[in-house]
Design a protein. Structure first.
Length: 171
């Protein structure tokens, strides 16, 4: 989809949701994970989309697919890139280059339950953005990037404590 179509779609969505705020909030589509074999997991969505994860051999996986942690970083990078591209399109700016890299640092003692004071998730995460647009000054690009990061749902979920409800069905 071209820049103009993206900008037009965003403007229409913004106008509609401003006029109909009760339709802005909804339950996101679920992802369902099912163990295929060992630590290889098949994840499907209600729309038929799917992906697979696996863990490394060091913890009993087969190493046949990306780990859930890598998919998290991929989702984070993809989300940031998407929101930056959306903001650039809205601003009438064509990006010649946009690359977003998300990395993190973890301590496996947390995921393995070795030390109660070490979190199971990442200890820190980093987002690196490389962007270029002919004729656009660095300050404008930084503003678009900052807006994109600030409005990325995955970045928001990382930075803000999100209430999680655990429902368990045995049997």
């Amino acid at each position: 989809m071209g820049q103009d179509k993206i900008a037009t779609a965003i403007a229409a969505a913004r106008e509609y949701l401003t006029a109909n705020p009760e339709e802005a909030r909804y339950r996101d589509s679920a992802a369902t994970a099912v163990v295929e074999n060992g630590l290889r997991i098949n994840i499907t969505g209600v729309d038929g989309s799917s992906t697979v994860t696996d863990m490394v051999a060091g913890v009993g996986g087969g190493g046949t697919a990306p780990s859930p942690g890598w998919l998290f970083r991929a989702a984070y990078a993809s989300c940031v890139a998407t929101l930056i591209a959306m903001r650039a399109a809205e601003s009438g700016i064509t990006l010649d280059r946009l690359e977003v890299t998300v990395d993190s640092e973890s301590d496996d003692r947390g995921i393995l339950g070795i030390a109660a004071d070490i979190p199971a998730g990442p200890i820190r995460a980093g987002v690196a953005v490389r962007a270029a647009a002919a004729g656009v000054d660095a300050e404008t690009l930084r503003g678009i990037i900052s807006w994109g990061v600030a409005h990325c749902p995955v970045d928001d979920a990382v930075r803000r404590a999100v209430p999680v409800e655990l429902r368990v069905d045995i049997g």
